[in-house]
Design a binder for this molecule. Sequence first.
Ligand SMILES: Cc1ncc(COP(=O)(O)O)c(C=O)c1O
Length: 350
Amino acid sequence: MTRTHAYAPSSELLAQHGDVEAGAGLVDLAVNVRADAPPPWLLRRLAGVDLAKYPDPVAARGAVAARHGRSAAEVLLTAGAAEAFVLIARAIKPRHAVVVHPQFTEPEIALRAAGHEVHRIVLGPPFTLVPAAVPDEADLVIIGNPTNPTSVLHPSGALRALARPGRLLVIDEAFADCVPGEPDSLAASDEVAGLVVIRSLTKTWGLAGLRAGYVLAEPAVTAALAAAQPPWGVSAPALEACIACSSAEAVAEAAAWAQRMVIARAYLLDRLERIDGVQVVATPSASFVLVHIDTPDPRAALRAKGFAVRRGDTFPGLGQQWLRIAVRDEPTSTALANAVKEILCQTSMR
Ligand SMILES: Cc1ncc(COP(=O)(O)O)c(C=O)c1O
């Protein structure tokens, strides 16, 4: 289902992210990185980088290409996924750009900042992709998979159905490695014309401050985006992280983490689904769940009980009663569910 009269946040709210929610004394369920810090082996690798030299991306490009079965010319390393959105907005001149919402808002912000008009396709619950909702004239389409904040994983077939001659189809796979085996990832798909896959090291490796990510696309597209990039824009430690996190051992470590996260997520889902007044978006696929809570301002109520959660009212198509909640360990999920129950109980007594 898509919605034409969906909730629309102000431009100020559109630019707000989960990191502003967390604060001293609060349990942080707002930020969606997997760990507080990168694993020790990765920190050691980063500490060994020679900072006196200008960064040379050749080895990192090769490592990322090998990890996804692509050629080096199909890889562009970026300062996080966020830079990739800015490069697309600067290098591409779309006539009809479409962003499928609710999703991470930086792609839309980057397009608008570069002077492009953005057409929103707003999916309604349960946030299933309807390829026919994307108009034929769209020559740039941006969609997340799995999507932040809905946690919905769109089937690769539905995404492929969005590809068209003359269209750039951008899939933000920042959370793809939350899905064991990544069956719906298109990162290795070099046969889909106009496909641009964006990946990030931020979430899985706890590297938000490093700024490391990359684009996988046909060589003409990576070259066009590279031309919009500042010189040496990806630092030597970020390049080292790209090499380290592309190794078979690192990929296996991420896959094992994803398996554990799936179990922890099932526990959180089970706790929340038992509560009257809570609607959980079914079959989440990322390291967070999206919930609708039947009380006027659930975010403020949870803050008062010591939990920072990600507000939903910064996302087109959601609103104040929607919250994104990060998957954490069982005691944390139990405590959160108890707090939600108490809030709903107080609401019903008013
Ligand atoms: C879906 C999605 N894509 C991309 C990003 C940005 O990732 P990076 O830190 O690699 O710029 C985020 C950050 O929250 C995100 O949620």
